[in-house]
Design a protein around this ligand. Structure first.
Ligand code: PGA
Length: 254
């Protein structure tokens, strides 16, 4: 069985003090790590503080990184820097980075290779825009994004990749995909991985849904067979709400 995974994506929110308050508030209240992986993806400048102060049941993630180990890339952060800071996860190819910061399928692939090379657990975001959905291009987009991200990735590494299906039209908009829409997309992603590798490997890969998930709707998503957790923005910023989301991930799948 796949272990569920709940990840909060703080985006560009929280000062150091606010972040530490959150960590102290959740530290003793998160479900056991044997039952669910809980991750907070925080701004890079406070990652070290969080790594040092987090409780045993929480993992710390970054929201982005460069794909090279070092070099003349002003303002960038490398996978080695994350790994030696004690960061365990990294979000790759979030739609905000694709739309606003020039992230492409090619850089997503390079970053995924780099994350795996440095033992960082990648959360690779894929998902269609509203225009693509309205033009029946959802599966075409998912296929392009998933296949290009996996270029050159050996089968052995695939089970450690987490995919996050995040339809762009549902992010930060309050509009969630229905649980069935999310399930169909997550199943489609799993089938793509099965075709590219094999069914056994695809059954090991964890796939999250993301887009306006909150404590009041998480159960519908978690009830779906191919949804293994969520990547949450807004509703993950507040400690009580984050704890509820993490608890909701501990479910028996049929
Ligand atoms: P949201 O963001 O939960 O605020 O919609 C999700 C995300 O961007 O990962």
């Amino acid at each position: 069985m796949r272990k569920p995974i709940m990840a909060g994506n703080w985006k560009m929110n929280k000062t150091r003090d606010e972040a530490l308050q959150f960590i102290y508030a959740v530290n003793k209240s998160l479900p056991n790590n044997e039952l669910v992986d809980t991750v907070v993806c925080a701004p890079a400048i406070i990652l070290r503080d969080l790594v040092k102060r987090k409780g045993d049941d929480l993992r710390i993630g970054a929201q982005n990184m460069h794909f090279d180990d070092n070099g003349a890339y002003t303002g960038e952060i490398s996978p080695i820097m994350l790994q030696t800071t004690g960061v365990e996860y990294v979000i790759i190819g979030h739609s905000e980075r694709r739309a606003m910061f020039g992230e492409t399928d090619e850089t997503v692939n390079l970053k995924l290779l780099a994350a795996l090379r440095h033992n960082l657990n990648p959360i690779v975001c894929v998902g269609e825009t509203l225009e693509e959905r309205e033009n029946n291009l959802t599966n075409t987009t998912l296929e392009r994004q998933v296949l290009k991200s996996l270029k050159g990735i050996p089968a052995l590494d695939v089970p450690s990749i987490v995919f996050a299906y995040e339809p762009v039209w549902a992010i930060g908009t309050g509009k969630t995909a229905s649980a069935q829409i999310a399930e169909d997309a997550c199943l489609y992603i799993r089938e793509l991985i099965a075709k590219l590798y094999n069914k056994a490997i695809s059954e090991e890969v964890r796939i999250q849904y993301g887009g306006s998930v909150k404590p009041s709707n998480i159960d519908e998503f978690m009830a779906m067979p191919d949804i293994d957790g969520a990547l949450v923005g807004g509703a993950g910023l507040e400690s009580e709400s984050f704890i509820k989301l993490c608890e909701a991930c501990v479910v028996e799948k049929k």
